[in-house]
Design a protein around this ligand. Sequence first.
Ligand SMILES: O=c1ccn([C@@H]2O[C@H](COP(=O)(O)O)[C@@H](O)[C@H]2O)c(=O)[nH]1
Length: 272
Amino acid sequence: MSQSQNQNFFARLGERIDETGSVVCVGLDPDQSRLPDEVRDADLPRWQFNRRIIDATHEHAACYKPNAAFYEDADGWRALAETIAYAHGKDVPVIVDAKRADIGNTARQYAESLQDLDADAVTVNPYMGEDSLKPFLSTGLGVFILCRTSNPGGADIQNRELEAGGTVYEHVARLASTWNENDNVGLVVGATAPDELEDIRRQVPSLPFLVPGVGAQGGDAEAAVEYGLNEDGVGVVNSTRGIIFAGEDSDDWAGAAGQAAKRLKERLDQFR
Ligand SMILES: O=c1ccn([C@@H]2O[C@H](COP(=O)(O)O)[C@@H](O)[C@H]2O)c(=O)[nH]1
């Protein structure tokens, strides 16, 4: 277990938010078809890209969020491990957006491999129920449970009304509270669903949210801050393509990412 995994994730995240004055979660999804020429021929281009993005953005980053989908090959896993170590060197916690869950025996392997990678937190999918999440909940990892996702189809299942009353996403939010025995549970709630964000915040005032969907997905930044942060001001708002590819056509692509992270921090600050 790393030093960062010894401290409660949300306590550490709260400290980082205080240190930087930022609730920006910078996504690190190094789409290989969009990497600048400068890093394409390097050893581990995704890692070289991330290193430059981290250098340019860390002052404005409450945390980083690499999405596992962009690393799921042999070189990718190495690039992800280097990226996490480098972010830690800058004192920034890392959420691996992996949306994991499985039967307990398999989920244990997922949880162990994320701990080996030195992730600080992970996203998980609640669809398979409590036993599929227990291996994550019982670690030192922060665990963000998908509650109301930002994609257009997020409403298909998550907004369904239950016969017993309330919606599926409300049920997930309530269950998540009961699974929070180790104070390490948060929720993923998209900024593209501001009404649901407000509703979920009312149901669970103390859980921190990871709010994706501002930037490229056009979500509501004000609602993301107003409802994404818990009563202690802990929670983060993610933007990925809007930051890391802000300078896609520029020679100073890393500088442009730094400026985009700073601009988002300042925009979100207006609502804190
Ligand atoms: O509901 C969700 C859950 C996860 N994501 C992930 O966040 C980033 C968003 O990237 P943008 O470029 O800022 O759109 C990406 O990794 C998604 O897979 C999400 O968008 N919505």
